[in-house]
Design a protein around this ligand. Structure first.
Ligand SMILES: Nc1ncnc2c1ncn2[C@@H]1O[C@H](COP(=O)(O)OP(=O)(O)O)[C@@H](O)[C@H]1O
Ligand SMILES: [Mg+2]
Length: 604
């Protein structure tokens, strides 16, 4: 939470031209739309100025001279032009709205696509929440700049230009006086906007910290109470609310001061106009209509200037958003298809780790000079202490990561020759922390093979041992699992993801402590189904249950990224080494259970 906010705060204080250029580049596919909408806004603001000019004519030529013909003529212009302007206003608001949606859609799709391509290493370094904030809020902000920001800017600029032109036509000396006030107004407006924005952001940051504090206190209420942290937390909380109050107060104060300041400056300009116009009117150079028109133009100009200031202030924010989007889109995935990559014909072959070393970004080697050959159809059990590198090993096999050194070969060919997609689609993985997508159980199982029939889904669920608990739900297979499967237990999620992998009929099957959260009885059930499934498939089973491990063709013990021991259950026990130690310590409980059960049965 606080992370997101902190990054939101990073914003460029200067306009970075390359980024701005790139943002404008996003408009390229819509250049005719943009042209259309700039023209409509330009016409709208030109008409605004023209109305004031018509008023002047109405007063000076019509009313003052009692000329009814001019009056009718002007009234007709007025009516026709008003209708025209209504059409134009509709036009640009519509165009801006559609354009905004298109741009947001483009940006989101661009980011989403890229996020899908990025390697796992990117995700392990970037919080998901922050990524989501990027996809949603940043694209919205950039789209806003390019539509409403553009609307306001175009409108303001054209308003100032057309008003100036008409003022020059009416009286050029006075026009110059008014024009001198514009830079001053702009400067004031920009200064105010910047300061207000800083305070607003400080208030927002404090607000998000307060929300965070609420969350932590509520979700950790037991710990808070148990440790008697109430007073300390209250003090922290008061400090935060104080910060927020002060920032909000300053923002309100500045906002209140802003308009009067602008008004004072324009009042001075108006005063000069009235004074100078008065002198000129004595010589018949300044009419009532002209005076009215000037007052209107000056008032008119106040708004565009403020709009420009606002857009300018917000633009820095949007540019920061754009910079983050571009940074994401520019990130190159670590694992990618080589230019001449081809689909792998089959994964049913010897799999060979040839002197493989691997290091995550932090530089600490996880696997070092690791060599292993696995026969097609072999069931390999991988055991070892936590942090030893078991998950890393299967991550490399799945090519979620690639070896830093050495080669992994499939049927004699370096697996980087093949396309990622073809490898991924032939490997079935069930992870320690299973992930389900929101939707029904059926949809989640079918995720593995979209064209599978309902009967096939059910068969897969039976093999995985999931069928029995699924049918206890009121809606059975149509039961919703909630976001990330939150409505199910971890064990149930494991069984469903197991069924998903079964349905996909992979050529290589990987289970990473996939049944760690199911009870022994269910595990035994799954075991039977899985054995049928693994027949003829190469499988890598990271397990901690003895019953699973014993069935493996071969067991490897991984410690500190190396194979500490390798062999069958019986061989390894005889050796009285690492495996024996694991067996006597880790599996002690399980054996006691089994043994106790047998004793109990014998006693009956
Ligand atoms: N994404 C990652 N980034 C950096 N280090 C990692 C990452 N994943 C695992 N590690 C480190 O690699 C080592 C091996 O981890 P892992 O393969 O998950 O072990 P195991 O599955 O045997 O428990 C550990 O020291 C762990 O801290
Ligand atoms: Mg692991």
């Amino acid at each position: 939470m606080s992370n997101i906010e902190i990054e939101e705060e990073e914003y460029t204080s200067q306009l970075t031209m390359p980024v701005l250029k790139r943002i404008l580049g996003l408009l390229k596919p819509y250049k005719w739309w943009v042209a259309g909408f700039i023209v409509t806004i330009a016409l709208t603001s030109a008409l605004d100025s023209l109305f004031t000019y018509i008023n002047k004519q109405l007063i000076d030529e019509g009313l003052a001279k009692g000329n009814l013909d001019v009056l009718y003529e002007m009234a007709t212009y007025y009516g026709v032009l008003q209708i025209l302007q209504a059409g134009l206003v509709f036009g640009f608001i519509y165009l801006a709205g559609v354009l905004g949606e298109r741009i947001q859609y483009d940006l989101r799709r661009m980011m989403f696509n890229h996020l899908q391509e990025l390697s796992l290493s990117y995700y392990s370094q970037n919080a998901v929440g922050r990524l989501m904030a990027r996809v949603t809020s940043d694209s919205g902000r950039v789209a806003d700049l390019m539509t409403w920001g553009l609307v306001d800017t175009t409108w303001a600029i054209f308003n100032i230009i057309t008003a100036t032109v008409f003022m020059l036509i009416i009286n050029w000396q006075l026009a110059l006086i008014v024009f001198a006030a514009v830079p001053l107004l702009t400067f004031i407006a920009v200064q105010f906007r910047k300061r207000i924005l800083v305070q607003f952001r400080a208030a927002r940051r404090a607000n998000s910290k307060i929300t965070g504090a609420y969350n932590e206190n509520i979700s950790g209420v037991r710990v808070v109470k148990a440790l008697g942290r109430e007073d300390a937390n209250l003090a922290e909380f008061q400090q935060l609310t104080g910060e927020m109050y002060r920032a909000s107060y300053r923002a309100a104060w500045l906002s209140a001061l802003f308009l009067p300041t602008v008004q004072v400056v324009s009042a001075v300009a108006l005063g000069i106009i009235v004074w100078y116009g008065g002198i000129q009117s004595q010589y018949g150079l300044f009419t009532v209509g002209a005076a009215h028109a000037f007052v209107s133009y000056v008032t008119f100009m106040m708004w565009p200037v403020q709009d420009l200031a606002r857009v300018y202030a917000e633009m820095q924010h949007s540019i920061a958003s754009a910079e983050r989007i571009f940074k994401l889109v520019d990130t190159q995935p670590d694992v990618y298809d080589r230019p001449d990559a081809r689909p792998v014909p089959s994964l049913h072959g010897v799999i060979e780790f040839d002197h493989v070393s691997f290091t995550y970004e932090d530089g600490k080697p996880v696997l070092t000079d690791f060599s292993l050959t696995v026969r097609p159809g072999e069931m390999l059990a991988i055991v070892g202490p936590t942090g030893g590198g078991k998950t890393t090993l299967v991550n490399l096999l799945c090519r979620f990561y690639e070896p830093t050194q050495g080669v992994i070969r499939i049927a004699g060919h370096d697996y980087t020759q093949y396309t990622l997609e073809s490898i991924h689609s032939r490997i079935g993985v069930v992870l320690q922390t299973p992930h389900l997508f929101s939707g029904s159980i059926r949809e989640n199982i079918r995720y593995g093979r979209l064209e599978a029939s309902d009967a096939e889904v059910e068969e897969a669920a039976r093999i995985a041992g999931a069928h029995d608990f699924i049918v206890t739900f009121e809606k059975g297979y149509d039961q919703e699992v909630g976001e990330g499967g939150s409505l199910l237990s971890v064990g149930q999620k494991q069984l469903i993801s197991l069924a998903r992998a079964v349905l996909a009929r992979p050529e290589i099957f990987i289970m990473d402590e996939a049944t760690s959260s199911v009870d022994t009885l269910t595990e035994a059930l799954i075991q039977r189904g899985m054995e049928a499934l693994m027949k003829g498939r190469t499988s890598f089973i990271i397990a901690h249950r003895l019953s699973t491990i014993k069935r493996a063709d071969r067991i490897i013990v991984i410690e500190n990224g190396r194979i500490a021991e390798m062999g069958s259950h019986a061989e390894l026990l005889k050796r009285r080494g690492h495996y024996y130690r694991l067996y006597t310590q880790q599996f002690k409980y399980e054996r006691e259970q089994a043994y106790g059960g047998a004793m109990a049965q014998a006693a009956v």
